[in-house]
Design a binder for this molecule. Structure first.
Ligand SMILES: C[S@@+](CC[C@H](N)C(=O)[O-])C[C@H]1O[C@@H](n2cnc3c(N)ncnc32)[C@H](O)[C@@H]1O
Length: 436
């Protein structure tokens, strides 16, 4: 682990924290958000430094493919795995040099200083200085690179998206991951004091520079919750839920539970994770809404009665949220997707037995891969003749027909536009009705 520098050269603690976060993600397999919370607290970083740490960490993860390629050109040979901390210091320094508005000399000096304070890495400081000076000379070459999205996408993921959508769309998907997502908010009722863009279905959108979420108008009062525009669509496909019994069978952390409760449904919010259900309780409490919260494995849970409607927001690879969580590029493996597909199929089969005749199931995932979306529904409909698809109409989604595929399911991609604004999470959503 990178040591916390005691004697702080200006900006050194922030740079060290960013390198340690990258080490925790790439080597230790931590989520970047968890690593951030831990490292920022260990380093006791001031608020003004935290933004910089976040920006360096996110830029490093979004641009790691390009960074590694440039370093590969300038390093005589790759650093041995035992020097992984030094590699992470080079990555974060290169991110600042190549992609951020940071003076080159600061990025280089502070990388060298990070190495100097560590006994086992001290001897690499001269090499780092020389290599990073060469990285500076690569700026122009990097700025003119083409197919940058692909360069920053692990090969196995690129291949999956190219197979599902073709290379041109895959490049647009990967390119969207280079940019930070806007902050989208769902309103509990129709109004808010916030100055924000109102998207066609009522979601509020704030672009960067909004500060801390907790400081935004209406947070304390529970007027809204954070929810990407695309993530708000599955519940909208249920229409008016007032008075209906609705099971939200993979509920935590509760974004969609809040939507259902705000629509006055009788909500049973089920999740297998006690820890994550605490978040559902906290979130419902803040916005003063309620639901029956049930900690259970849906594969074993036996509700007393069948439901009018059910939402299955299934566990998935979450590749649709890479703009917000660029660590997903490096934390997921192909074998994870195999296991998730099996689980999604089982959960969907279980859900089919929980709704009344005439009842609706919304199946959704925030995955880009069709295996976790389109192909799951194809297989389900083939095996369950008592269900049919109720195709999504443009009216269901604020007139945005470009989000509806030929089968009448929703397929959103991270580069899709909404109103005059660009970008949304990648989601697949299908609406199914039980015929008998
Ligand atoms: C994609 S997340 C749900 C997000 C949530 N619907 C929202 O909008 O905030 C999937 C959830 O499924 C839960 N889960 C996974 N397997 C489950 C099972 N067998 N039974 C119940 N919940 C499960 C996970 O704990 C996780 O919280």
């Amino acid at each position: 682990m990178v040591q916390n520098p005691k004697k702080n050269q200006a900006g050194l603690a922030a740079r060290s924290a960013a390198s340690e976060i990258i080490w925790r993600v790439l080597i230790d397999g931590s989520y970047v958000d968890d690593a951030f919370v831990k490292v920022v607290s260990d380093y006791n970083l001031a608020h003004r430094d935290r933004g910089l740490v976040r920006a360096i960490s996110a830029t490093t993860l979004r641009r790691l493919g390009q960074i590694q390629a440039v370093l590969g050109e300038h390093l005589k040979k790759p650093l041995a795995p035992k020097f992984a901390h030094a590699s992470c210091i080079l990555y974060t320094a290169s991110a600042q040099i190549l992609f951020m508005d940071v003076p080159d000399h600061s990025a280089i000096d502070l990388a060298v200083a990070q190495l100097r304070v560590q006994r086992k890495l001290h001897h690499l400081s001269g090499m780092a200085n020389a290599v990073l000076r060469k990285v500076v000379t690569s700026k122009q070459q990097v700025a003119s690179e083409k197919n940058v999205g692909r360069l920053n996408t692990p090969k196995w993921l690129w291949q999956l998206w190219a197979k599902d959508y073709g290379k041109d769309v895959a490049e647009k998907i990967a390119e969207a991951h280079l940019h930070e997502a806007a902050l989208d908010l769902s309103l509990k009722t129709g109004s808010s004091q916030l100055e924000a863009v109102v998207l066609p279905t009522g979601t509020l959108r704030l672009d960067s520079g909004y500060g801390r979420i907790e400081d935004l108008a209406g947070y304390e009062e529970g007027e809204w919750w954070v929810q990407d525009f695309a993530a708000s669509l599955p519940v909208k496909l249920l229409g008016d839920v007032a008075g209906k019994s609705v099971a939200d069978i993979c509920a935590a952390p509760g974004g969609k539970t809040m939507q259902l409760a705000a629509g006055n449904a009788h909500v049973s919010a089920v999740d297998i994770s006690e820890r994550r259900l605490l978040r559902v309780e906290e979130n419902l409490g803040r916005v003063d809404l309620s639901a029956d919260i049930i900690c259970a494995d849906v594969m074993e849970w036996q509700p007393d009665e069948l439901f009018d409607a059910l939402l299955l927001d299934a566990p998935c690879s979450a590749t649709g949220t890479i703009r917000r969580h660029p660590d997903a590029l490096y934390l997921k493996k192909s074998s994870d997707i195999d296991a998730l597909c099996k689980l999604q199929k089982k959960l969907l089969a279980r859900a089919a037995n929980m709704v009344k005749t005439g009842g609706t199931i919304i199946y959704c995932t925030c995955s880009l891969q069709k295996r976790e979306g389109e192909l799951q529904i194809d297989a389900f409909l083939q095996e369950n003749e008592n269900f049919e698809r109720l195709p999504v109409t443009p009216d269901d989604v604020g007139g945005m027909d470009h989000l509806i595929n030929d089968n009448g399911d929703l397929r959103t991609l991270p580069f899709h536009g909404v109103g005059d604004s660009a970008g949304m999470d990648g989601f697949f959503v299908s609406r199914l009705v039980r015929k008998t």
